[in-house]
Design a protein. Sequence first.
Length: 468
Amino acid sequence: MIKVLIVDDDKLVRKGISSAMPWNEFNMEVVGEASNGAKALDFLKNQPVDLMLTDLAMPVMSGIELMRATRQLYPELHIVVLTLHQDFDYIQEALRLGAIDYIAKVQLEKEQFEHVLQRIHTRIDGLKSTNLKMPSQNEINVYYPNVYVLVSQDRKSEQAWPIELTIHGDEIRWEIERNSWMWAASHCEEDQLFNHLKESLNQVPQSTLLVLSDVQERTWSQIKNWIMNYTETSLFYAYNPNDRIISVSMNEEETFSIEPQDDDINRIKQTWFQTPWTHHDSYYGQLIEQFKSLRLHKGQLMGLLYSIVMEWNHLFAQTTLGRIPMIHSFDSWYEVEEWMKQTAAGIRKADEQTSYSQEIIDAVKKAVIILQNDLEQAYTASALSQQLNISRSYFSQCFKDLMGKTFNEYSRFIRVEKSKEYLLNTNNTIFWIAERVGYTDEKYFSRIFRELTGLLPSEYRQLRREVK
């Protein structure tokens, strides 16, 4: 029977996990609870425990501090981390300290209890059944010239990892994270290990085999941490389903920006909205290079793409120029490029449905961007058509056909929409708001606003804030 200790400063969480999960079905028994790390250590002194579930953020002694202590005092203790959030830094530190799994409490629903315990039980059994060497974190690697890492970009599904894969020799095998395993073998057995791992690539979805060199004279903790950082950053860009073996050196330095600069982000958006990248390979390549040159972390890249999609759909979703499907979470840059190719094809198809040339379509899109980016400037159809080198009458006709509104209707519409944001999110005067959306006459602005909404600006602000 696997004896379990639950450590969490929230009593309801402890009671809920203790009573709701089907422990007996997996040969487990909850033998104790503790409200912080210090009390957990006191419990461990007096009673044997095989598995400890611990929260990370606790008073007196945090989960991280508790894990550091138990690694020294009870090296055979299996640890699973409970966390309220998917905070990578906390989870990464917990995995460095030897946690065999982590559970996000916000995702822990009744139907998942059995699945979670099955996964934990399988991992404990796997660690017990193996006779492979597991070096200590601070031990220096002297014998192994290379480290092999089988890692999957797919973090959504629960794949069956080939943990039974071993050559039964002088070998190290180590689970780094839920989606990656590390192997090392002596020089005479390396070829056999490499061939086994190469053959196993097809067993694991979206997998890559990393051949890591320059690993000698480094601690196993340093090697493990380097692998975790690489798989969270560089591998996102390096993954290619058509070239699934990557040789990489631990001496390689990361080239990721700490924080993207506003100028760089604005340059990408300008290329997206103001160049015909969807129709010309040279502009498409330019946009791809701008994205890749920033080396954004996955979360930053997803945020940028999301903002671009939202802005595009805000401008064009209700027109003949079409909308861009909302993005999902991409696991690699390869998937991002595939999405961009599909997006370009969708925009081209929407453009082809019109009777206008690509040059005219691009001119109308540019006019829309100019209007949106400078609402304080009272642009006229005549001024914009001259700037775009198109006759006023033809520009007005094209604009109405493509955008579904006359130029003046569209201009008033976007100004009123922006003024709504100011009315709800600021306490600035109506005159101030009118100026920010291109109206120097407050009374005229209020009349236009009422024509489009049925309310005066002051009435709109009062009614909408009461609803909130």
